[in-house]
Design a protein around this ligand. Structure first.
Ligand code: HEC
Length: 117
């Protein structure tokens, strides 16, 4: 193959990557940017959850209950759906907070953003 063909392949791959990045950032439904939701979730966690949970990587890793959000995010079983189901069901030890669906989305996005690797 000629040098030019390789260049074309390279440019095509770059375009593909750019499209992938774009699709990851923007929800298919045109919903608000995920990063906005994560930021909103962080604010909610800061206001509502911090008294009991370590809500970010800086404070994670302290032993004992309740589990910190980084640990929750890193469990293979944790998904946006499992978190939202947890928010909607009643708990034994955690207070049953009233969380609106949009806020539940934000909190779930925030917690999942803490997942490592
Ligand atoms: C008054 C203390 C308290 C507050 C406030 C609190 N939690 Fe909890 N949370 C707990 C305790 C205790 C547990 C573990 C027992 C349980 O599962 O009920 C828990 C468990 C959890 C779990 C499940 C962990 C697991 O083991 O599956 C999630 C997710 C969670 N909390 C999220 C939140 C979020 C999000 C907020 C804020 C909107 C919040 N919590 C506020 C005490 C609290």
């Amino acid at each position: 193959m000629t040098r030019l063909t390789w260049l074309h392949i390279f440019v095509a791959v770059l375009c593909g990557l750019a499209v992938l990045v774009f699709l990851r950032v923007r929800d298919a439904s045109g919903a608000p940017l995920r990063s906005d939701s994560v930021a909103a979730g962080h604010r909610l966690a800061d206001a509502w959850c911090k008294d009991c949970h370590a809500i970010d990587a800086a404070t994670a890793g302290q032993s004992g209950r309740p589990p910190d959000f980084v640990a929750i995010a890193n469990r293979p079983s944790t998904t946006a759906l499992s978190l939202k189901v947890f928010f909607r069901t009643s708990h034994q030890q955690m207070p049953n907070l009233i969380i609106a669906p949009e806020q539940a989305d934000d909190l779930a996005n925030y917690i999942l953003s803490l997942r490592r690797g």
